[in-house]
Design a protein around this ligand. Structure first.
Ligand code: DOR
Ligand code: ZN
Ligand code: ZN
Length: 361
């Protein structure tokens, strides 16, 4: 018998920002490989972004994604709808089946970007005030998004806040009563421009890694942050090493070990970790409870993050080489062992789709 380990039980994590890539990007990831990576990271519910090929911008594509998830997912999934220059009314009519509307205000990866004020107004007018509008809005665009949300009385969720000036703006907006929430990614909390130089294309994403002072500002203002979400954005090694590497890094499998390490170092309490990765995203996106669902971690396990043994199809992590403390041992989803000691234990199809319209009889 080995020494007994004190196992810590956490609720299943909710990652409000992932790119599972299916359909159209299956060489990078699909619903099964991406949800396996989620389970390996202690994540039992992911919210999937609409910038697939084709993008999720109408009822037919949303239904196709829901069908794929029901067949292939190993954890629960909710879907965002993507905003285009012409789909404001259709998107709003589908709000009950989506976790939110996603608006890209900057150029990132894929075709979804809105640069036209009239189109933005149409979305902020049509989208129901009860559901969040999530934005990719960097720097000045963040101020634009906050202004629009205030003008139309809409709920705004700011994705991947990464700069000192952005978190300062968010503090000020919240203090003046704005109905907004925000997320930060593990890569913007644990990596900086110094790592970007070392990582080359494997450290490139939108928003890009920031200065050490920006990273310090995120940590210093963590009470103004609502949730931590990975922006899991896998791309193949061949793409990353090609002529125009696409932006994005995977993150599902490394978020919890990194955050548990911060807890071990006294930079975060366990209670706050649970609030940031489960309670807040559930509240913001109105997500259902997952009964009999939890994660067992060994909080004392010390190891080095590595590209070996990852479940994401892309097969690499920008955190390789980092020493962490805290390992996912087992994930229970609705009473079933879904993941244990590095292996997925359930079949594709056990994941449920959030907001799925149930068949009327
Ligand atoms: O780095 C990024 N990658 N940022 C985004 O906004 C999109 C994402 C992707 O889909 O690859
Ligand atoms: Zn983004
Ligand atoms: Zn993203």
């Amino acid at each position: 018998m080995g020494a007994s380990v004190a196992i810590l039980r956490l609720p299943g994590l909710i990652d409000a920002h992932v790119h599972l890539r299916e359909p159209g990007g299956e060489a990078k990831e699909d619903m099964t490989s991406g949800s396996a990576a989620a389970l390996a990271g202690g994540v039992t519910l992911v919210l999937d972004m609409p910038n697939t090929t084709p993008p999720v911008v109408d009822g037919a594509m949303l239904a196709r994604k829901q069908r794929l998830a029901r067949q292939k997912a190993l954890c629960d999934i909710g879907f965002y709808l993507g905003a285009t220059g012409s789909n404001a009314d259709e998107a709003a009519s589908l709000a009950g089946q989506a976790v939110g509307l996603k608006i890209y205000l900057d150029q990132t990866y894929g075709p979804l970007r809105i640069q036209d004020l009239a189109a933005l107004l149409a979305h902020f007018r049509a989208w129901p005030a009860t559901r969040p509008i999530a934005v990719h809005a960097e720097g000045l665009m963040m101020a634009v998004a906050i202004g629009l949300a205030r003008s139309f009385g809409r709920r705004l969720h700011l994705c991947h806040v990464s700069r000192a000036a952005e978190i300062a703006l968010i503090r000020a907006a919240k203090e003046s009563g704005a109905a907004l929430t925000c997320e930060v990614t593990p890569h913007h909390l644990f990596l900086s421009q110094a790592d970007a130089r070392r990582l080359g294309p494997y450290g490139s994403m939108r928003p890009p890694l920031a200065t050490a002072a920006d990273v310090a500002a995120l940590w210093a203002n963590l009470e103004a942050v609502d949730c931590i979400a990975t922006d899991h954005a896998p791309h193949t090694r061949a793409e990353k090493e090609g002529d125009s590497p696409p932006p994005g890094v995977p993150g599902l499998e490394t978020m919890l070990p990194l955050l548990l390490t911060a807890v071990a170092e006294g930079r975060l309490t366990l209670e706050r970790l649970v609030a940031l990765t489960c309670i807040a995203p559930r509240r913001i996106f109105g997500l259902p409870d997952q009964p009999d669902t939890w994660v067992e971690v060994d909080p004392d396990a010390r190891y080095t993050l590595s590209d070996e043994g990852l479940h994401t199809r892309c097969g690499w992590t920008p955190f390789a080489g980092m020493r962490v403390q805290g390992r996912v041992r087992r994930v229970i989803l609705r009473g079933q062992t879904a993941f244990e000691d590095g292996q997925v234990r359930v079949r594709p199809g056990v994941g449920q789709v959030v907001g799925l319209r149930t068949r009327q009889c």
